[in-house]
Each structure stands twice: as C-alpha cells, then as structure tokens.
Design a protein. Structure first.
Length: 279
C-alpha cells in the first residue's frame, strides 16, 4: 500500500455530494492506531470540504488551510470509532472556499468548524489532477478500503522558556522525512497545519496545567478562535512555538498561540480550556 491517499487522508466514503454545496461522508478510525487527536478530526472535515471545492472548480485548484473563525471541540474520537462527516459550502470559486462542518461519533457531535476559509492554489502544484478525479470517483462509489491510515508520530516539542503563570516557548523540529509527506502533498511536501496546531495546543495545555489550579488538571481544549495560517511549513524547518496565558476565570482559561520561523509569524490562534466541574 502506498502512502498516497493513506498516510494523511481521512475520508473513506462520501455518501452525499451536492456539487459546490454540501457533502456527507465517513472515516473509519483504524482500531490499531494509538490515538486520533481532535486536530485530525478537524482535518477530516476540512478534507471533505476540499473534495467539494475541487470538484466545483473542475480540479483547477485545491484549497489549503488559512483561516478558521471558530472551532468547538465537543468530544473525542477513539481508535475504532466511525467518524460521520458533514460540510456546508458557504462560497466557492477559483480563488477560495468558505465552509463550515461537523463530525459525529454514534450521533454525538465531537467537533464543529465555523466559517473556515481556504485559498485555492493550482492543483498541479500539489498532486496529479487525474489521480484526484479518480479518487473522488472511488469515494463517491464503493469507497476506499478502511484501515489505511497507519497513525502518525505526533511532533515532540522542547521547552526553551517558561515564565511561571505567564508563558511557555518551545521548539518543534519538523522531520525531513515522514510518511505523511507523500500524501500531504505528493508534489510539494508540506507539514500539515493540523499537526502544527496539535503541537501548539499541547504546549498551551501544559501551560494551563502548570498555571491555573486544580480545576484545570489534565486540561482539554474546548474552543479555538481566530486561527490564521500565514505560510507553509516545510520538511526540516525549526518552528518556535509560543503559548501566552491571556485570561482565566471560573469557567475557562484562555491562551494565545503563536508559531514562528526565523522570527516570522506562520500561525496564530486563541484557545480556551474549560474548567472541570467540582467533584
């Protein structure tokens, strides 16, 4: 089995497809993997929207991650779960796609994406047009064989500065080689924005746990706003991640996320962690 359409592809079958408007689909999270983070659930929703967008423009372009107004993390997806995916396209042309979407597990909503925008870039810069057409045809017909995703090694970070109660900084070394680069993307390997975001959120969770008291033990992100991806991250680059505590009350802790390469901003977002109910 090749890594293309396997190592970082999270739509197995599309059961409803209204060109340029909406789609429903499924992804079977393999039983044998260790973990399937919420950022990969968001990736699955985004990939379903990408199929609708690429079809709408006859595969002249493909969207890439850029903006997400709000993402609500409502639950988890575990190995062995079946993700039910749904997207609604708000606008789509040769320049951009705007969409919202959700994912469910056994009828329970686990994520909601609101007003996401992705600029459309030439398909041929990233993948073969014919391969994408054939893949969409397969997904809309019998579907792809489930269980192809082998899991992914989540990038590790090294803390370089901790200001108690205020901030954490860390470095993330993007691997020069990894199976997911053959899928994201075959002609132009790019470190997935959702893996970068996962590393940022884990750093923020560490800061919250260190800084915000027992009601934030083992914190789990509940909401993200103002996500903006400004530039591609490529194999071998070193990224400096930042997490700055911006507020805390009885309900939530709030953190500003940043990512820089050579002092230039590549990604920012705001993340909230809900306080745990007293026991």
């Amino acid at each position: 089995m090749t890594a293309h359409f396997a190592a970082y592809s999270f739509v197995d079958r599309i059961t409803e497809f209204i060109d340029g408007s909406r789609a429903h689909g499924f992804f079977w999270v393999p039983q044998g993997i260790r973990v399937f983070p919420s950022c990969l659930v968001a990736e699955a929703v985004g990939q379903l929207a990408a199929w609708v967008a690429m079809s709408k423009v006859d595969f002249r372009g493909r969207p890439v991650a850029a903006l997400a107004t709000q993402t609500r993390f409502l639950g988890v997806a575990l190995p062995g779960d079946v993700l039910e995916l749904a997207v609604e396209i708000e606008d789509c042309d040769d320049n951009m796609v705007v969409y919202g979407g959700s994912a469910f597990v056994e009828g329970r909503q686990v994520i909601e994406l609101e007003h996401c925008l992705g600029p459309m870039l030439p398909v041929e810069d990233f993948d073969a047009t014919d391969a994408l057409r054939e893949r969409l045809s397969l997904l809309r017909d019998r579907g792809a064989p489930p269980g192809r995703f082998p899991g992914v090694d989540l990038p590790q970070t090294v803390v370089i500065e901790y200001v108690p109660g205020k901030s954490l900084r860390a470095t993330l070394n993007v691997p020069r080689e990894a199976p997911f680069f053959a899928d994201h993307f075959p002609r132009n390997p790019v470190f997935p924005a959702t893996l970068l975001l996962d590393a940022q959120i884990r750093l923020a969770a560490d800061l919250v746990e260190k800084s915000c008291g027992p009601q934030f033990a083992s914190p789990v992100a509940s909401r993200m706003t103002h996500f903006k991806m400004r530039a591609f991250v490529t194999p071998g680059q070193e990224v400096e991640l930042g997490a700055t505590l911006t507020g805390q009350d009885a309900l939530a802790a709030r953190v500003m996320l940043s990512a820089k390469i050579d002092d230039k901003s590549v990604a920012t977002a705001r993340i909230e962690f809900a306080a745990r109910e007293p026991t």
